[in-house]
Design a protein around this ligand. Sequence first.
Ligand code: SF4
Length: 370
Amino acid sequence: QCRVVCPTGAITIRSDIDAVWDALEDPDTRVIAQIAPAVRVAAGDAFGLPKGKSSMGKVVSALHQMGFDEVYDTGFSADLTVMEESAEFLNRVKNGGKLPLMTSCCPAWVKFVVDQYPDYKDNISTCRSPQGMLSAVAKEWYRDPERAEGKRTVMVSFMPCTAKKMEIKRPNSFTKGEQDTDHVLTTTELVRMIKSAGIDFANMECEEPDIPFGMASGGGKIFGVTGGVTEAVLRHLVPAHDTETLKAISEFGMRGEEAIKEFTIQYEGTDINICVVSGLANAHEVFRRMKAGEANYHLIEVMACKGGCVMGGGQPVKAGECVKSVRTEGLYEVDTESAIKVSDDNADMEKLYAEFLNGKTHELLHNEGY
Ligand code: SF4
């Protein structure tokens, strides 16, 4: 096993690159990749492409060239997360469930609550992260012997995040007792793989992710910035999906640089108080406000990295460089250019719910407590 070594010597993170190459060379293995939203606005940096611009099409192309059988967009399962988390939220609001609901897609935040504020662990959404949902769905898809065609399935996720390597080991998110994601590689490790394969990344033709799990709404793709989960959920909760409405939602208060953002929306005659936090250290203040009775939140989104996953620990950054704003703008641009903006309008997801996920949503999309 090769290792990624922290430049300061403080941490050593295990890398599964060799194991992934081995799987790619095994003819009896189907190797499936998923690409997180934030990866697309950072991978191109290492190849001289404009900073913050999406290189998703080239990443898909490079992974196909390296031998991945199928390449999917984690934005697809972020759309699933929007549907599941919204339903859970409304259920808790209407039926007196535990509030505030706390988002569950950032594993560093989830661990922080479980370790430091265990009294609040039932507030964490039971939804698996988008990474967890996509791997669970794809693995289940190939449990069907006809689809599997005698091959074993290996799931590899390309993430901006080192904490995601820990998330896949949490037994509360296994399916049928099995780990769903086999390997997590960071954007930096993806760049190393592309370079070692000798791929001319900058000049590659772009390719689309594969179906059935490759289509994602703009809402699913902005999960990579702080406030993105909240914005995508609100797009789903508001019935109108026209441009003016989406613009109005984007101005509710979840965007921007502030570390702790608080705002209130009206939903079906009820005030919903929302808090969006950027940077894990700032979450202590949020708990202080709640405990002191100074805040009465209904929904809390926390992203451990300042700015969200675009600034994750697995993203390439040179010393002294600040790329947060260009990557953030890059993901909003991806959203603007997306054919569909709201998770509900993802036809492939709708089909999955209607057919394959029927009776399986709890097993595949939710955790068994924390
Ligand atoms: Fe990982 Fe940071 Fe994103 Fe949390 S905010 S999921 S720690 S990259």
